[in-house]
Design a protein around this ligand. Structure first.
Ligand SMILES: Cc1ncc(COP(=O)(O)O)c(C=O)c1O
Length: 362
């Protein structure tokens, strides 16, 4: 068997959910499990959280159906709402919480015949300009939807563009625009993603929406997961499958982009870009062998990458190699590769087996 595995610590996810809840006592929290639970495996993550969570949030009806199949009773929030009119009845049958973010969605929703009323979240475009009603449209649709047969709770939701930048004026503005609508009657309100849960108590409202923090990574460029008190859930572990001495001036890997400036010992690792490791990670990006950091050298290949073992002479073929995880924050690898932990976690490909450790309640 190819030595590459993503080990998922489900207990860490359960603990991290508790951290989110402790940030905002008395509030409820949708655990955001879209994109296969940020790459961690939606079935296992939903099962592990089922006993503790107030609800889940997903990006599509297909994802919602997967969650509902595992947890028959939790609230499941459809963050982008329905993409087609026919989906509203399916959403009602599944007992979902549905976002409406524009007049077209609201019209289709009001035209739908549903087997039961659904909890409805009106999304305000408070400044991110990606999804959401204008304030004026939202006021109008609030009036039309209140008391409609399709509506159970009528709720308000918005999303921050810059909550990860502390002291952001944009965040202040978005919060003000959200609060300005609270003269309307809403049963529940939701605004805070992980960054806001961790640093903006005024944004906590009734329902939190923690995503990245559940998986033990940080939404911030300048605060580590450890500083935030969350524990990494995924460790991506490969093996040293070959070692060789390389003379001064010899090159390593495709394009000969790295050359040995000293007599070097080069190790080959069983993980490549087809597994989700970023191809554009530069030389020097750290990996962990025997508890020590070694630098990536040469270009990342499809199934393999190479590291400089010169300063770790005890490393031998068969040694475990952590690409990221308990010993090396995914955020640090992401920063080296010019991206964010979110992208690395969600891009671990299907061919990487996931192994589960820790709490598994069902
Ligand atoms: C609408 C919405 N809410 C909450 C989240 C969770 O955000 P985070 O992973 O930063 O906590 C996301 C994630 O993209 C989102 O799109």
């Amino acid at each position: 068997m190819r030595p590459l595995v993503a080990t998922i610590d489900l207990a860490a996810i359960v603990e991290n959910y508790a951290v989110a809840k402790r940030c905002a006592p008395g509030r409820q929290a949708f655990a955001v499990v879209k994109a296969n639970a940020y790459g961690h495996g939606v079935r296992e993550v939903v099962s592990a959280l089922a006993d503790v969570t107030d609800g889940f949030a997903v990006a599509s009806l297909e994802e919602a159906a997967e969650v509902r199949a595992i947890d028959a009773s939790a609230r499941v929030l459809l963050l982008e709402g329905c993409f087609e009119a026919a989906e509203y009845q399916t959403a009602a049958l599944l007992g979902l919480d549905v976002v409406l973010h524009n007049p077209q969605q609201a019209q289709s929703f009001l035209a739908a015949t549903l087997s039961q009323p659904v909890n409805t979240w009106l999304k305000l475009d408070s400044g991110m300009h990606r999804l959401g009603f204008t304030e004026a449209d939202l006021r109008e649709w609030h009036q039309q939807l209140q008391g409609a047969a399709q509506v159970a709770e009528l709720n308000l939701l918005s999303h921050f563009a810059c909550a990860d930048e502390r002291g952001s004026e944009m965040t202040e503005l978005q919060l003000e625009r959200f609060l300005d609508l609270l003269d309307l009657d809403f049963a529940q309100r939701s605004l805070a993603n992980s960054a806001a849960i961790l640093t903006i108590p005024a944004a906590h409202m009734d329902w939190l929406r923690p995503g990245i923090m559940l998986y033990g990574a940080t939404p911030f460029a300048d605060l580590t997961a450890t500083e935030l008190g969350v524990r990494p859930a995924m460790s991506l572990t490969a093996q040293l499958i070959a070692c060789r001495d390389v003379a001064v001036g010899e090159a390593v890997g495709y394009g000969c982009s790295w050359r040995a400036e000293r007599a070097s010992r080069i190790g080959t690792v069983s993980c490549g870009y087809a597994d989700g490791y970023p191809r554009h990670a530069p030389a020097g990006t750290p990996l962990i062998i025997r508890g020590q950091r070694v630098p990536l050298v040469g270009r990342v290949s499809m199934d393999m990458l190479t590291v400089d073992l010169t300063d770790l002479p005890e490393a031998v073929e068969g040694d475990a190699v952590e690409l990221w995880g308990a010993q090396l924050p995914v955020d640090e690898v992401a920063q080296c590769a010019g991206t964010i932990g979110y992208e690395l976690l969600t891009k671990v490909t299907a061919r990487v087996p996931r192994r589960y450790a820790g709490a598994h309640s069902n």
